[in-house]
Design a protein around this ligand. Sequence first.
Ligand SMILES: C[S@@+](CC[C@H](N)C(=O)[O-])C[C@H]1O[C@@H](n2cnc3c(N)ncnc32)[C@H](O)[C@@H]1O
Length: 240
Amino acid sequence: MPDVVRVSRTLPWREAARESDALRPMLVDQFRHEDFRGMRVLDVGTGEGRLAFLAASVGAKVTGVDLDRVKLMQARAYAGVRDVRDAEFVVGDVEKTPYHEFVPGPIDAVISNLCMSQEIVFHASRALRPGGKFIFAAHHGDHWKETRRGSRWAFYEDTMRGLLEENRFSIDFMGVDTTVARFEQLREVELFLRDRTVQRWVEDGRWQELSDSFSRGETHLTLSYLIVKARRTAAPYTLR
Ligand SMILES: C[S@@+](CC[C@H](N)C(=O)[O-])C[C@H]1O[C@@H](n2cnc3c(N)ncnc32)[C@H](O)[C@@H]1O
């Protein structure tokens, strides 16, 4: 297992906001270092398809899957406008459905940006051919740590390493990309986050935790991502 690569920066919130929605450069780098030409790729939790479009732009034939029909319509519209022929989008639950129902035949890579769970690792492992790649960004356990509850979809390095190994993956790259956004006042966090997130945090108590942290003079918010490239080993699953 290679050493974990760590990138960390502290930025004034307006600067952090400019890049907070972008795909993490550390994730994009994993695509630069792979030859995707002709590969059959599944993008799980594709949303409006931006990772799928990245894979298609480097030669992959991609199927993007999501539960959200509106986002998928946007992805299809974008594919139509840009004349992207190697990306298709289907509705499905990537935590419950075997991936061969989305892509018949061998799958060369499963990719994901910010849609990750134990179930997804399980299904990716069973769908990928030996040597097939699993490339993703997930929330890291430190993501939004000032709210005490962080993100439901977050993983620390060790947990993810164990999960991947249990599911017959060998890890080629693991990185943690962290940005600490600095604020002067709590009001600025409302401008930094989307309304929907603020509302959710008010309802579930995370806003209060953040407010307490600001009262103690800790006027920052951590955004942290775990980026992984792993390979399906040839080890078969045995019936117990
Ligand atoms: C944070 S968004 C990321 C979207 C996209 N990957 C991107 O980078 O823009 C997470 C996406 O995962 C989708 N999602 C969550 N759980 C899912 C599931 N069980 N099956 C399919 N899609 C799911 C959501 O609908 C949402 O579009």
